[in-house]
Design a protein around this ligand. Structure first.
Ligand code: URA
Length: 245
């Protein structure tokens, strides 16, 4: 097959991008004969490969090149959603080193909020998921003080005023248990500052526990313990890009 000159890149650069290694580590792997491209042992780190077209293996295992990376983190309580912070532990401290370059969390969960956080370097997707124009639904599980019922549901559905310039878009409140302490799921399409806490405050309740369960078609993997992350599957990426599944 003819080399696609436009997409070709140096093998050592390819290795750095896929394995998260340094250029000198990549060169060493090549010199050690551990890297094959299209079934042939590569001798020179500057040899060109076409990502997504040429099969490249390291120690017999195929290396998959992705232009963009997508990670799902089950954010635990107590860490801040930021790329860096001088004092606090951030969500980026929880993901493996190889995934750090150029990655950012899509949206913000409060320090005491748990659950689904997407971390990517795909700026276009990140922007679309957050833009209010695209109405991506986020589902949260919530535990609050006090009883909740039809009255609260109607307020949420009406597009509440929580003191911002504009009222909120209509939200859905699915009540799971009502009592001294109540449990529910909340569906919102925006991401305003402390939005769910402020919504409950406005109807006389206080949020005791908040966890994000989904973002558009992306569901928090129940196998992930708080603090654990994994790469999205091809199917999850496709669903997110099309905002349906
Ligand atoms: N709403 C909140 O109040 N906090 C969050 O972290 C997310 C939504």
């Amino acid at each position: 097959m003819e080399m696609d000159v436009m997409k070709a890149m140096r093998l050592d650069k390819f290795l750095c991008a896929v394995c998260g290694c340094t250029r000198s580590e990549a060169k060493k792997m090549v010199r050690q004969g551990r890297v094959l491209a299209a079934g042939e042992t590569v001798k020179k780190p500057e040899q060109k490969v076409v990502p997504g077209q040429d099969e490249v293996t390291l120690d017999g295992k195929e290396l998959k090149y992705r232009e963009y990376e997508y990670l799902m983190l089950n954010k635990p309580k107590g860490v801040v959603t930021a790329t860096r912070d001088s004092r606090e532990q951030t969500v980026m401290d929880l993901i493996p080193e190889v995934h750090k370059k150029g990655m950012f969390p899509v949206g913000r969960l409060d320090k005491d909020t748990e659950g689904l956080l997407l971390i990517t370097n795909d700026g276009e997707l990140g922007h679309r998921l957050l833009s209010p124009k695209h109405h991506v639904t986020k589902r949260y599980s919530v535990t609050v003080t006090g009883q909740i019922g039809r009255a609260q549901q109607e307020v949420f559905e009406s597009g509440m005023d929580i003191g911002d310039e504009k009222p909120l878009k209509p939200a859905r409140l699915k009540i799971l248990k009502s009592g001294e302490v109540s449990e529910a799921e909340v569906f919102i399409t925006e991401g305003r500052f402390h939005q769910i806490k402020r919504m409950f405050e406005a109807v006389g309740s206080q949020v005791l526990k908040l966890k994000r369960l989904s973002m558009g078609p992306l569901l928090l993997d129940p196998e992930l313990l708080p603090g654990q992350s994994r790469e999205l599957t091809e199917e999850e990426i496709r669903c997110l890009k099309e905002n349906q599944c």
